[in-house]
Design a protein around this ligand. Structure first.
Ligand SMILES: [Cu+2]
Length: 358
């Protein structure tokens, strides 16, 4: 039976991928609440929703495995405000992603098409990027793990109100010392997801550029696509993909923050986002009052996550300046030698490639 074989194949892939450290965006949250605003990809229910895209020209690069479905809900975010993407490996805020999967995180926006489809063409502009932090020797993915899968995103000043697709992209480099086009068993692994938000309030009227096509954003010759993170010595990783978009036009600098609480600092470029979420989440500051929203129903296949907001009880004497050397973080610092000698491979991926899916 074809269906039986397909089921067994899916099961095998699921078991194989379950042992690997892929990742996906499970849901979003903001001060407004928690929302299942993620567009479900074509593999959402077969155990491979967390699998990477390796063909950089594939339509899957837009929002993950195509076709993607319109999100169940849309997350409201006040203009000038921020929200969080909640990542997971197999379930939200579990081990998030394998520690081997070092790489940068990029966030793009594009207007949500009226018909609910995924944006196509040169419509995405980058609003946030976090690569390699030479000071702490951490990649964005390292910080994402430390932040228990919470990636904060700040809306840029001047962004017009309206509905947007948030395209989140992690580029895992553990096999990026080869090009997928030359060796399909290896290559940079792109973890791509789209979510839907509505920017409310009096947004700005800026336009942002450059705008890129997600299927043309990265090529084999794009700096950072081919990169050996195991070479030793100082890591000098370029920004992957285009620069952060710059705003032009009226209200290019104020956005909608006039009507909202000005507590949100200016969007921190590059490396600070995940870091700030990691360090700021436990702090009892005003804009971190993420109340669990009763409307969010966990996927029935998930084991309920007992520790959604752990590591909070350090608040009382915490100074405003986050100091890295808090005691419990010690085990998270990976020994460079250990990761350098270990070159994990995604066997699940190879199976997929071997079977013609990629
Ligand atoms: Cu993986």
């Amino acid at each position: 039976m074809r269906t039986t074989f397909a089921s067994l194949a899916s099961l095998a892939l699921f078991l194989a991928s379950g042992a690997k450290g892929h990742t996906y965006v499970d849901h979003l949250r903001s001060s407004e609440g928690v929302s299942s605003a993620v567009r479900h990809n074509a593999h959402w229910t077969d155990g491979m929703r967390n699998s990477p895209i390796k063909d950089l020209k594939s339509p899957d690069m837009i929002c993950g495995f195509a076709p993607t479905q319109p999100a169940a809900t849309t997350l409201s975010v006040r203009a000038g405000g921020k929200f969080s993407l909640i990542y997971g490996h197999n379930a939200p805020q579990d081990d998030v992603i394998a520690t081997s999967h070092h790489g940068p995180c990029s966030i793009y926006l594009a207007p949500q098409p009226e018909d609910g489809s995924a944006p196509v063409g040169a419509v995405f502009f980058k609003i946030q990027y976090s690569g390699y932090d030479a000071a702490t020797k951490e990649w964005c993915t390292d910080k994402l793990i430390a932040a228990k899968g919470v990636l904060d995103v700040a809306l840029p000043p001047g962004l017009p109100a309206g509905k947007y697709v948030v395209r989140s992209e992690i580029g895992a480099l553990h096999e990026a010392d080869a090009l997928y086009s030359q060796n399909p068993a290896r290559g940079i692994q792109m973890y791509v997801s789209c979510s839907q938000i509505e920017v409310t309030g009096s947004g700005g009227s800026s336009s942002f550029s450059p705008k890129v096509d997600a299927t043309k954003e990265l090529t084999d010759s794009t700096p950072g696509v081919l990169f050996n993170i195991y070479s030793g010595g100082v890591i000098n990783y370029p920004t992957l993909g285009p620069a952060i978009a710059s705003a032009s036009g009226p209200s290019g600098s104020t956005g909608g923050s006039a009507t909202t609480k000005p507590a949100v600092p200016a969007p921190q470029p590059a490396t600070s986002t995940v870091e700030s979420s990691a360090t700021a989440a436990p702090a009892p500051s005003g804009d971190h009052t993420y109340a669990p929203e009763p409307t969010y129903a966990p996927e029935p296949t998930y084991a309920p996550q007992p520790t959604n907001e752990p590591t909070a009880p350090t608040a009382p004497n915490a100074p405003t300046a986050p100091t890295a050397p808090t005691a419990p973080t010690a085990p998270t610092a990976p020994a460079p030698s250990a990761t350098a000698t270990k070159r994990p491979k995604c066997s699940a991926l190879k199976r997929r490639n071997a079977s013609g899916r990629a």
